[in-house]
Design a protein around this ligand. Structure first.
Ligand code: CA
Length: 222
């Protein structure tokens, strides 16, 4: 999944980036509210992590303006330990969750996962689609009960298809699930990952090509 981190403190931002990337997410970071607005208007993110303490305009004003613009992206706010009023304000302004600094990275990663899952109305971290079983928390994939090892990007493509099962996922959306702005990645990368997924997962996990648009994972029931 693709996550935007809005934090001016480079050390904190780098720690968050590393934690989320090792959990398989593509992470981009901006250091002020204005750049965050630009990034969120230009690209699709699955989640934004916004620090309240930002230069110029603070994270709560940013959140308010995003919601006023009708942007529904899940938002997790980072607040200071003594920021009770900030936390209440953040939730009232449309934040989906908050974390108090300093926080433990595994908890941040788990909360991000829960927010993304909730925003897609998947109630549990376990997804079963025909012969395919996905544990979204553990990044574990089984086909017909046998574990299949996937790379980080193969996982990201499969997760995106699985969360949209039965619907066509356009190639640019799949690309966004695996890249961030730093990543050098060719235009045919998605074809490559889908072809590797097909050979690893086998015919009982039908990933259909929808010519000129993208791919669709069928649930096998039709
Ligand atoms: Ca900050």
């Amino acid at each position: 999944m693709r996550i935007l981190v809005v934090e001016d403190d480079a050390l904190v931002a780098d720690a968050i980036r590393r934690g989320l990337e090792s959990a398989g997410h593509a992470v981009d970071r901006v250091d002020c509210a204005e750049h965050a607005r630009t990034a969120l208007a230009a690209e699709n993110f699955d989640l934004a992590i916004i620090d309240i303490g930002l230069p110029c305009s603070n994270g709560l004003s940013l959140l308010r303006s995003l919601r006023q613009d009708g942007l529904a992206v899940p938002v997790l706010i980072l607040t200071a330990r003594d920021g009770l009023a900030d936390r209440v304000n953040a939730l009232d302004l449309g934040a989906d969750d908050y974390m108090v600094k300093p926080f433990a990275m595994p908890e941040l990663v788990a909360r991000c996962r829960a927010l993304i899952r909730r925003s897609r109305s998947a109630a549990s971290a376990l997804l079963t689609i025909g012969a395919l079983a996905l544990d979204l928390g553990a990044h574990r994939v089984e086909v017909d009960g046998s574990v299949v090892e996937l790379t980080r990007r193969e996982w990201a493509v499969l997760e995106c298809l699985a969360l949209n099962v039965g619907r066509v996922v356009a190639k640019p959306k799949l690309l966004q699930a695996i890249v961030n702005w730093d990543a050098e990645i060719g235009a045919n990368a998605i074809e490559v990952y889908v072809s590797r997924l097909r050979s690893k997962l086998g015919a009982s996990v039908p990933i259909r090509t929808v010519r000129g648009i993208g791919y669709r994972l069928d649930d096998g029931s039709h």
